[in-house]
Design a protein around this ligand. Structure first.
Ligand code: ZN
Ligand code: ZN
Length: 192
């Protein structure tokens, strides 16, 4: 993904199907093979009843690998493949807003520090990190740091997910780092 005139532009990325080495790129498993159930030795029965491992009516079977008395799916053997339903064989899919922005883009956003020494940390900051792109509880250690050092700390390892930095795909204008008694957190801001 890239930023063009302050607007997020999604690009194509490799589809996850490329990573499954059981199947060729662009495809996914339709049906796995079967192996003989070790609990009942392939009979589907245990004692006078049905073997629950391989023959339970509500077992872990799927539409494509249905129940087969005496056998269980063998997930190491691919019996049948079908086109990947994410990329339809094209090997690429569109990025989404939970994918990461590059650090270069994030580090280029103006950042400033607003010191609020008597402010208590908010619920969002301490429990969720919600809305923030960086949040740290340091019990006041930052009070000895310069603004530049605090900014450097945020730039070193910010949250990278794009959705944190865009509002209706518009990139934030700046990142304001707000301190509290216990630490500091960085918030994206948009001009009114
Ligand atoms: Zn069995
Ligand atoms: Zn795919």
């Amino acid at each position: 993904m890239r930023i063009e005139n302050n607007v997020l532009v999604l690009e194509e990325k490799d589809c996850g199907c490329i990573k499954d080495d059981r199947t060729p790129p662009g495809t996914r498993v339709r049906r796995f093979g079967y192996k003989k159930c070790t609990k009942c030795k392939g009979t589907g029965m245990r004692g006078s009843g049905r073997c629950r491992e391989c023959n339970a009516r509500d077992g872990y079977f799927s539409a494509t690998n249905p129940r087969k008395a005496g056998y269980v799916p063998d997930y190491s053997v691919v019996e049948e493949i079908q086109p990947c339903d994410a990329c339809h064989g094209k090997l690429v899919v569109l990025e989404n807003r939970t994918d990461n922005l590059s650090l270069d883009i994030i580090r280029a956003i103006p950042m400033r520090v607003e010191r609020m020494p008597n402010r208590e940390i908010t619920f969002n900051e301490s429990y969720l990190g919600f809305g923030t792109v960086y949040s740290v509880v340091d019990y006041g250690r930052h009070k000895d740091l310069s603004d530049e050092e605090i900014i450097a700390e945020v730039k070193a390892s910010p949250n990278k997910q794009a959705c944190n930095y865009v509002l209706r795909d518009l990139l934030c204008d700046e990142i304001v780092i707000v301190s509290s008694n216990q630490g500091f957190s960085a918030w994206p801001k948009w001009a009114e």
